[in-house]
Design a protein around this ligand. Structure first.
Ligand code: RUB
Length: 301
C-alpha cells in the first residue's frame, strides 16, 4: 500500500495502535521506494514523509520510523539498498514486540488478575505468552471510551480462552479494589525523556488508581516509542478527534472536547518492559542515548 493510502488508513483508524502504524508506514516506503518512477525522488519522499507524519500526532513511533526512512535515504547508495535497510529495520520492530512478550510474560504470575486499558498489541502479546506458557490469568479490560478499543482487547483475549471481564472506564477503582487486581499492564504511544507515558486517554487515571492501591503498573513499550525531541523541550501533541466520536449529534449550547491521549507521570509507573529488558521510567534518557544512535547522529544534539 502506498504512503498516501497508508496515511488515510491511519487517519481513519483502519490501522491503529502505535506500533502497527509505524510498521505500516515502514512497509509503505519499502514498496514505494523501489517502484519509484518520478523525476524528483527527494521531493516526493519528503512529501510522503510529511503526509504520514501528520496522520496521527501523539504516537512518536510513527515519526521515529519515518525519520529512519529519511536517514536511510540520505545514507544509502540506491533505492534497492534503501528498501532492504527499511525492511531490516521493520523486521527488528516486529522482533522487538516478540522479545517484549517473552520478557513481560515472566512478570506475570500464576493466578494473577491483570488490569489493562485500550488495545495494545504489545500488551496482548505478553498476556498470550503468559497464558500459552500455562499461567492461569484473569484480565480486566476497561471499555476505553469513546472509541471502545477495550472491546477489541476483550474479544482478542477471549478468543484464545483467557477469562476476561469488561468494565466501563469509571469502574476502574471499583475493579482494582473488589476484583483484587494484582498488576496493571498498559501500552504506550510515546515515552518522554522524563519517563512520562503518553497513552490512550484515561491511562493516567488507571495508573493513579493502581498506584494508590499498591498495584504495580507496568508499561510495555518498544524503543521506537521513546521521543528524542523531548530532550530539547518539545511537547507531545495530544490528538483531538471529532466530537462525533462522543456524541453523534451536536447538543445545543454544549462544547464537546475529545482528547484521545493523556500523560501518566513516571511516579505512577513501576517498570517499563522494553526489548532491551526492564527499566525504570527514569532511565528513558539512557534508552534514547544507547539505542537511538542514528537519530542522535542525524540531529547533532
Ligand atoms: C492505542 C493505544 C495503545 C498504544 C500501544 O490508541 O493507546 O495503548 O498505541 O499499542 P489508538 P501497541 O487506538 O488511538 O491508536 O502496543 O499496539 O503499540
Amino acid at each position: 500500500m502506498n504512503p498516501t493510502k497508508t496515511a488515510d488508513n491511519i487517519k481513519s483508524m483502519k490501522i491503529r495502535g502505535a506500533q502497527e502504524i509505524a510498521i505500516a508506514a515502514l512497509k509503505s516506503f519499502e514498496e514505494w521506494i523501489p517502484a519509484y518512477k518520478g523525476s524528483n525522488f527527494q521531493k516526493d519522499l519528503e512529501k510522503n514523509a510529511k503526509i504520514l507524519k501528520s496522520s496521527r500526532p501523539s504516537a512518536v513511533s510513527l515519526p521515529n520510523a519515518i525519520d529512519f526512512v529519511l536517514y536511510v535515504a540520505k545514507n544509502s547508495g540506491n533505492h534497492g539498498e534503501m528498501a532492504k535497510r527499511i525492511e531490516k529495520f521493520r523486521k527488528e520492530q516486529e522482533e522487538a514486540t516478540a522479545k517484549i512478550a517473552k520478557i513481560g510474560a515472566k512478570r506475570i504470575e500464576n493466578n494473577d488478575t491483570i488490569l489493562t486499558h485500550c488495545n495494545s498489541r504489545t500488551v496482548i502479546d505478553i498476556l498470550k505468552e503468559a497464558w500459552n506458557s500455562g499461567k492461569k490469568i484473569n484480565v480486566i479490560c476497561t471499555e476505553t471510551r469513546p472509541w471502545n478499543q477495550g472491546l477489541l482487547t476483550a474479544k482478542q483475549l477471549a478468543s484464545i480462552g483467557i477469562p476476561v471481564t469488561l468494565i466501563v472506564d469509571s469502574a476502574t477503582r471499583f475493579a482494582v479494589e473488589k476484583l483484587k487486581v494484582d498488576k496493571t499492564l498498559i501500552g504506550a504511544d510515546t515515552i518522554c525523556v522524563n519517563g512520562a507515558v503518553i497513552n490512550k486517554i484515561g491511562t493516567s487515571q488507571v495508573a493513579l488508581i493502581s498506584h494508590e492501591s499498591n498495584v504495580p503498573v507496568m508499561v510495555a513499550c518498544q524503543t521506537l516509542k521513546f521521543s528524542l525531541e523531548t530532550i530539547t523541550g518539545e511537547l507531545i501533541t495530544i490528538e483531538e478527534r471529532p466530537h462525533t466520536e462522543i456524541s453523534a449529534h451536536p447538543i445545543k449550547g454544549v462544547k464537546i472536547l475529545n482528547p484521545v491521549f493523556d500523560a501518566t507521570p513516571p511516579e505512577y509507573i513501576d517498570v517499563m518492559i522494553t526489548e532491551h529488558g526492564l527499566i525504570s521510567p527514569h532511565m528513558a534518557y539512557e534508552i534514547l542515548r544507547d539505542y537511538m544512535g542514528w537519530k542522535f547522529a542525524d540531529r547533532k544534539i
